[in-house]
Design a protein around this ligand. Structure first.
Ligand code: SF4
Length: 246
């Protein structure tokens, strides 16, 4: 079976625990205001990849994984290729390499539960706890996120929550309070990461002839972001693990 791949990152250190090989899968149904991979949106981009190539690349990184590292499937939205994802993760499980799925919760289908069941960890990007603002940020309805949360809980999967903080969109203490409440819907949260919005993707949009909708919005202020990180309360130990300076 073939999947559609955007790119591969070796020695990834920010998309899950330890050192990881990250497969950025092609295709995403969302259109987030701050997406830094707009070239991953269409299924016509990227290239084909077979399971054996996934295993090959994953094996190359194995000496560096240690007790925590492994593979992360990111995107794009990897759950758009749920059948391939499930088979790829099974193949990695067979050779003893752990897998995480980095998802935006914007896509669920009949293959999603299989993929989640096979994975060791889910990195769940919460665009915004409130449905109206979720829709503004992601260009998608929030319902699939709730479906995915049910699947994650049902399969007792551990989760890292991620939330991109954007000036004047979700950068108030009230936004973090809403996030704290929302996170209670998940049964096994290991970590919560607040990531600061940055403007590094602006040139990509220009090259692709796309409009950058956050033009003029400055990168998230680091000091303010750190203050917001202090307000993350669930779970309390997560705050000390927050990745700084992104
Ligand atoms: S879910 Fe991720 S890849 Fe898809 S549009 Fe949003 S930020 Fe971009």
């Amino acid at each position: 079976m073939r999947g559609r791949l955007h790119s591969i990152e070796t020695f990834g250190a920010v998309d899950g625990p330890g050192i990881r090989t990250v497969f950025f899968m092609q295709g995403c149904p969302a259109r987030c205001l701050y997406c830094h991979n707009p070239d991953s949106w269409g299924m016509d981009g990227g290239r084909d990849i077979e399971i054996k190539e996934i295993v090959h690349w994953a094996e190359r990184g194995r000496p560096y994984y240690g007790s925590k590292g492994g593979v992360t499937f990111s995107g794009g939205e990897p759950l758009m290729q749920g059948k391939f994802l499930t088979q790829a993760i099974r193949a990695l499980n067979d050779v003893g390499i752990r897998s995480a799925i980095d998802t935006s919760g914007t896509y669920v289908d009949e293959y999603t539960e299989d993929a989640i069941r096979e994975a060791d960890l889910v990195l769940l990007d919460i665009k915004h706890p409130m449905s109206d603002r979720f829709e503004i940020i992601a260009g998608r309805k929030q319902e699939t996120l709730f479906e995915l949360i049910d699947i994650i809980n049902r399969n007792r999967k551990n989760v890292w929550i991620r939330n991109v903080v954007v000036p004047d969109i979700n950068d108030t203490p009230e936004d973090i309070e809403l996030l704290n409440e929302f996170i209670k819907k998940l049964r096994y949260v290991d970590k919560v990461e607040l990531l600061g919005y940055h403007t590094m993707a602006v040139n990509k949009y220009a090259k692709l002839g796309l409009t950058y909708r956050l033009k003029g919005v400055p990168p998230m202020d680091g000091a303010k972001l750190n203050e917001l990180r202090k307000l993350v309360t669930i779970p309390s130990e997560a705050v000390s693990q927050v990745v700084l300076g992104e």
